[in-house]
Design a protein around this ligand. Structure first.
Ligand SMILES: *[C@@H]1O[C@H](CO)[C@@H](O)[C@H](O)[C@H]1NC(C)=O
Length: 223
């Protein structure tokens, strides 16, 4: 009787939990949070910006993770698109799956904000891990004695967060898609089709409890 009650309890709990989660949330797949995650996936195609400093970086390194990225080109897993083609690449390649876009943080966020302003949807997520940092610089004549002083001010400006502030002020909807939850609440009408799992669960539950019940009787009978 003990085992039987325990089995029913576990199955009822499981059933209730499955039903609850079926109705409440949908999980959003977020498989890539580091460059290594991307490299570990033998099928995903990386899109990098064509004719950019990043492309130059990839083509010039001889070792390390960026070299591994470059090695993907001959496997057909690395493609380059010009800056003007990036937005279109997001909607036509990244959204249907199978592609990731790798670029400077502000570029990616700018593109996502632009697409959100048009469609009202956040269809993309930005990886947790950041790389390819973006620096503001002041170029000057070689040997200019003012450079150390200017460098100090540029560093101070960068760490004050003013660039981030300008970005948020200048780019419409720039923060709308920043926090992409890994689960979303879905409001869809219930249909029998969306509840098939529950019926499977019910059938499995009933079957297992019958088996548990029979086993219990069987064991009592022989002891
Ligand atoms: C921000 O996004 C919304 C929703 O897509 C859009 O209606 C609005 O025009 C956007 N704002 C700007 C300034 O583009």
């Amino acid at each position: 009787m003990g085992i039987w009650m325990l089995t029913t309890l576990v199955l009822t709990r499981g059933y209730a939990g499955t039903l609850m989660s079926l109705l409440a949330v949908r999980h959003v797949r977020q498989p890539y949070h580091t460059l290594m995650d991307v490299l570990d996936d033998p099928e995903v195609i990386q899109i990098w910006q064509k004719n950019s400093a990043n492309e130059q970086l990839l083509r010039s390194v001889t070792s390390g993770i960026y070299r591994e990225v470059m090695n993907q080109e001959e496997l057909g897993l690395l493609i380059f698109r010009t800056q003007g083609q990036l937005s279109e690449s997001l909607t036509s390649l990244v959204k249907p799956d199978g592609h990731v876009l790798i670029d400077v943080d502000v570029t990616v966020r700018n593109l996502i904000a632009g697409i959100f302003s048009q469609s009202g949807r956040c269809d993309y997520f930005v990886s947790r891990d950041g790389f390819l940092p973006f620096y503001g610089v002041v170029a000057s004549q070689k040997g200019n004695p003012l450079i150390p002083a200017i460098s100090k001010r540029v560093m101070q400006l960068t760490s004050s967060g003013i660039f981030e502030y300008w970005f948020e002020k200048q780019i419409p909807n720039s923060t709308s898609c920043l926090i992409t939850p890994s689960t979303v609440v879905e409001r869809v009408p219930l249909s029998l089709a969306s509840l098939w799992g529950v019926f499977v669960m019910l059938a499995a539950g009933l079957t297992s409890s019958v088996i548990a019940f029979c086993l219990e009787n069987f064991i009592t009978y022989f002891s």
